[in-house]
Design a protein around this ligand. Sequence first.
Ligand code: C6P
Length: 412
Amino acid sequence: MSQQVEPLDVEALREDFPILQREVNGTDLVYLDNAATTQTPEQVIGAITDYYRNYNANVHRGIHQLSQEASIAYEEAHDRVAEFIGAAGREEIVFTKNTTESMNLVAYAWGLNELGPGDEVVLTEMEHHASLVTWQQIAKRTGADCKYIPITDEGRLDMDAARELITDDTAMVSAVHVSNTLGTINPVSELADIAHDHDAYMFVDAAQSVPNRPVDVEAIDADFLAFSGHKMAGPTGIGVLYGKEHILEEMEPYLYGGDMILKVTFEDATWNELPWKFEAGTPNICEGIALAAACDYLDDIGMEAIQRHEAELAEYAYDRLTEWDDVEVYGPPADDRGGLVAFNVEGLHAHDLSSILNDYGVAIRAGDHCTQPLHDVLGTAASARASFYLYNTKEEVDELVDAVDEARELFS
Ligand code: C6P
């Protein structure tokens, strides 16, 4: 990260987010559930209302003015997202519903056709269910096997094991970039190199990285990469699948119907050009356009500055929480993690903790965070998780820690 990155003017940025003004249980909201969903700035809300007030119409279907305006804005949103992650162009950007759908798209459209007995899909022990369950089930249907790269005691990927597990039998390596539970930042570019040495594809789950750090698909050399709009100051209902053009070109469609076709007869059909071949039916037009507005918003702030801000908050939270002997924070050390801390307080269930924190207006997530097998490895069924974004402050981390302390007192 460059040394010249200016710190964020968080107080000014908070003004962009109307929801941060609200109270919960008679006290100011402290929103620390950003790994689940981030809040939405006026700039993105404005793009949504502008669409519905001024040019709401279906895309690629009408010759009339409104449809043309909507089509252009929707298509250009693909260009904007391509630019945001360093893709070559809109051909490589498929809009989906979310990260989960992006993974299912590849698993069904590529995996069902290409995998068979003897093939292996290599995942990590820290995969989100979105990739773990998807590949597991596709493997069952095709006779392929899933292998899991283990984690070290520090919560990092065991890269020696990775080099042994990825072999010429590997067809796909699918790894999370930043773990939504451990906060580990995985060496996805190194994994891509190993995968490519064995002629396997590399799928990067970037749900927790694209929102908060510069991500360049070409630098990583990812074959596929997925993320969600609602975790990056954008709306719900929109996700992205990046795929290298030549691979998407060779893949069969995932869903059939309107807009994804070129020519249809009673006997057969041919497919539209990329990316529309993978966007059957009326898409989430407004949400796609608003995602482009979110990209503008984040780029204006600066992705390196957002990354640094989150890392500082996570480090501070880690240091404060680990001052207590009865608190266990999962994952790598304070100075080398993404913007979240998952933890447990001895003798206090994460759900109870979250409920007490809610009394203080502090929103965190409690549960398995859709990483049940990882929680099995950690030896716990659930954890509490605080996750930060560009609008969170050190004072809010203090409020979190104070509320955790109250809960410890209550249960001791
Ligand atoms: N994790 C969390 O609270 P969707 O739900 O499709 O937008 O994103 C799925 C997903 C995939 N990969 C990772 C690494 C994720 O963190 C998520 C979403 C949320 O941690 C909801 S479970």
